[in-house]
Design a binder for this molecule. Sequence first.
Ligand code: ATP
Ligand code: MN
Length: 464
Amino acid sequence: MAEVLLVVDARCPTKIGTQALVGGWVRTRRDSKGGFSFLELNDGSSQGSLQIVCDSTLPNYIDEIQKLSAGCSVRCRGEIKASAGQGQATELHASDVTVLGWADPLEYPLQKKRHSFEKLREWAHLRPRTNSFSAVTRVRNCISRSIHQFFQERKFLYIQTPIITSSDCEGAGEMFKVTTLDLEKLSKSGRPVDYSQDFFERPAFLTVSGQLEGETFACGMGRIYTFGPTFRAENSNTSRHLAEFWMVEPEMAFFELTDNMDLAEAFLKRISLDVLQNCLEDLEFFVERIDKEVIQSLHKLVNDDFVRMSYTEAIQVLETSGHTFEYPIAWGSDLQSEHERYLTEVHCHAPVILYNYPRSIKPFYMHVNDDEKTVRAMDVLVPRVGEIIGGSQREARLDVLEQRMREQRLDPQAYWWYLDLRRYGTVPHSGFGLGLERAVQFVSGMANIRDVIPFPRTPGNAEF
Ligand code: ATP
Ligand code: MN
């Protein structure tokens, strides 16, 4: 009986001598003069492919095997033997090669030649068959597992917060509306929208963050995290923004700002270490093809302390840097990506945690400092990406929170349940959000966020 093996396992020297059955997609076929064909077979389980040695005595050698081309699917049976080839410990000597599906070489888009990442986005349904996107996908999987492990080991509870919500957490108004109203009929009628006729009998949106709902669990169960899809209708066509992305949001009762920073730092170190330990082959691919610093900067992140710097200090650094920025910077303005990257890449040569931002540029829920000018916000900035984490200590004082809501023209009544957390048994608490895709970007060195998520949603793009 042949053992069904994934390519990643069939490549292990421990499998030498095994009768194996391996399925996959042909990457290349090479015919040798000595009456052999070599297939490079990949099934997505590893960066490396499995070499299949096909003897010309196989019954379908001429009719089928010699017609195989990139993209064809096959199932191969045979013995795993030691390989003399470079970069592979094993190869499979086929006793049977069954062709499952042909891929016409005149039509199949992914021929051997390398395609640009832009082009591959148009073939998002075939990207999983490429070296780069399968590497990204394996790393993304490793990070997702690492996220759950990190929090589960620390006894955080995994909470599912709603995707449909009526509250705007970030107060930025960048939300997708959710409705069952007939928009065509409405626009023809010319009447104003009557939300009492809508599904939820009120305006509803796709969530921009699970934080507010997450806080309700933290303020009762202690340490929790959410990990789910998040939606922002920001019309920013940048290389680090998606309209739909995945965010991890831990929320901790009894954590103050520095506890929050400590957790964020330990968290990023853990993710990086797990990728270094589990995805080395993929990282080596990224070093070769994408960014030669990728592995080095992961080691640095794991080993070095993050720099912690107040917003005010960061502004001084930027103002006296002598560097010309596209966007001018002064105390009170939000940092642009170029400023963030200057701080982490040029000034600190390390990840940076910026804290105590001006109250005017941060949401209502952040704890107001005694100086009355700043709030206990913290952003973590890393090389190549800029902001990867945004978080804060939450405002736990009812009166200050209500005042901050009015300051930002929010109706405290609409947030009655959120205010109840401060009305009854309020506690200091903190949390942050990590964008999964930005983490994958940092780890892989991929320049564009559209290339680290299976089906990117950006302005004007929702094919597939
Ligand atoms: P930015 O200034 O880069 O737009 P933000 O301040 O709006 O980020 P937060 O609201 O603090 O971000 O969200 C927490 C984290 O979620 C960010 O640090 C980032 O990793 C991620 N994130 C935010 N917006 C997006 C987006 N549109 N696409 C992908 N990830 C995002
Ligand atoms: Mn944003």
